[in-house]
Design a protein around this ligand. Structure first.
Ligand code: ADP
Length: 423
């Protein structure tokens, strides 16, 4: 607190004290004695008014606060000291509470230098990587997580994607390394064995189911092909047509489920240079064949824009978006497909002026088996897996699907990808 001492009032007070001392000294005792007495009285009065002022400013202050002898000279100093002390205790309490909370995190946290020297870690990290740490024992994270994959990951410059480590005791650990500041790493790790096992079980189940269903389905489809629709009455012809359509639908569904599971569990080892412009243009002739609703389909593709990725996954993403527009936009719609340079990459966009989608459906469109209008989708043969495939394929390329739509005005499905220059 800054004090603004008014020298003028100080001199007036001193003169007044001297005057009073002089008046009293005329009757009895010496001037010096009286002057000391008046000065003491002045000090007491100042002290009292200071205390009174502080009480007025902070009525809730504790009354019985104990001050040291020196602090007794000025209540303001004592008040400030006391306040700082209380704030310090409060912050320390908060810090220790925070520390306790972080210690009980199920995720493992290690804070280390860029060279790997650990400066702090929680109990969960010590349990997960089986080591003991205290402030005095200097430990390096590379000696604790001693796997060569981790060393490679740690020394990499880019840690955007987490590392999934398979340990000697057959556990999968997901490790995320984040740059805390220019000198520190924050390492977050968690055991994802259960999730990986579940994913593997789902993948095995899907491939078994696919295998077991494919054979009887092929037999059924084969026999259906032999049956002539012209033979039999109207009911039999209708039944035959429905059976053919449904078996085809089942076959597509199986294909899409397998593709989705494959994309979900893929890693970017298969990423290579892909000419996106050519990939999109190669789909152009198929769109002409599929166009049964008298739609205008326009392609606006910048030539030779390359990306690094998985060609099959990118083709699935692009084709699903184009075929969706053809299937769902409605009759006479104008569909515009573009792939153009955008910021420091490329932007793929399929827009149409078709029926559009209600806003409440938009956040759910990429969920598995989500369809806006069940009866319409049954007509178009949709499974509700198309946009889920697009979402997962884009996630594998560090991108995401942007959807905007308005009922009666049309829809826009777009994504951006980082482009690469071929060497
Ligand atoms: P589906 O196999 O039914 O096409 P998707 O996951 O590809 O499944 O799409 C989900 C739903 O999104 C579709 O059922 C459809 O109702 C809606 N949809 C997708 N694209 C469009 C579009 N361009 N215009 C209108 N609705 C669309």
């Amino acid at each position: 607190m800054k004090f603004n001492i008014s020298y003028k009032s100080f001199i007036i007070e001193l003169t007044l004290a001297a005057l009073i001392a002089y008046l009293f000294s005329l009757f009895t005792n010496t001037f010096a004695n009286w002057f000391i007495v008046t000065l003491i009285l002045l000090l007491v009065w100042h002290n009292y008014s200071e205390l009174h002022l502080l009480k007025l400013l902070n009525p809730k202050e504790e009354k019985n606060t104990k001050f040291s002898k020196l602090e007794n000279l000025s209540p303001t100093i004592a008040y400030n000291k006391n306040k700082t002390r209380r704030e310090k205790i409060k912050s320390l309490r908060l810090l220790s509470k925070l520390n306790r909370n972080i210690q009980s995190f199920s995720d493992s946290i290690i804070i280390c230098s860029l060279e790997g020297d650990i400066s702090w870690c929680n109990n969960s990290a010590q349990e997960l990587f089986d080591f003991y740490w205290n402030k005095k024992a200097k430990k390096n994270v590379l000696n604790i997580i001693f796997y060569p994959e981790f060393k490679q990951y740690f020394q990499k410059e880019n840690h955007k994607r987490p590392l999934v480590l398979l340990t000697h005791n057959q556990r999968y650990i997901e490790i995320n390394l984040n740059e805390y500041d220019s000198e520190t790493y924050l390492l977050l790790a968690r055991d994802i064995t259960q999730i990986i096992r579940l994913l593997n079980a789902r993948q095995t189940f899907l491939s078994n189911m696919n295998h077991e269903l494919r054979t009887p389905l092929t037999v059924l489809q084969g026999y259906l092909e032999f049956l002539e629709p012209e033979e039999g009455n109207e009911f039999q012809q209708k039944a035959l047509q429905a059976m053919k359509e449904q078996s085809q639908r089942m076959s597509n569904l199986l294909q899409q489920l397998t593709l989705l599971a494959k994309i979900e569990t893929s890693n970017n080892n298969e990423h290579h240079l892909v000419n996106m412009s050519e990939l999109i243009l190669s789909l152009q002739k198929n769109t002409a064949l599929l166009n049964v609703y008298d739609q205008q389909i326009r392609f606006d593709i910048a030539p030779d824009l390359y990306v690094t990725g998985d060609e099959n996954q990118l083709q699935s993403a692009v084709s699903n978006l184009i075929y969706n527009a053809i299937k769902h936009a409605g009759e006479n719609a104008v569909i515009h497909i573009s792939w153009q340079p955008y910021e420091n990459g490329g932007r793929f966009c399929v827009s149409d002026n078709g029926i559009g989608i209600e806003e409440k459906h938009l956040p759910h469109l990429t969920e598995r088996f989500y369809r806006v209008d069940e009866s319409r989708s049954n007509q178009t043969g949709g499974s509700g897996l198309g946009l889920a495939i697009v979402k997962h394929a884009l996630e594998q390329h560090n991108s995401y699907l942007q959807i905007t739509s308005k009922v009666g005005e049309g829809s826009q499905f777009a994504f951006e990808l980082k482009t690469t220059k071929p060497e």
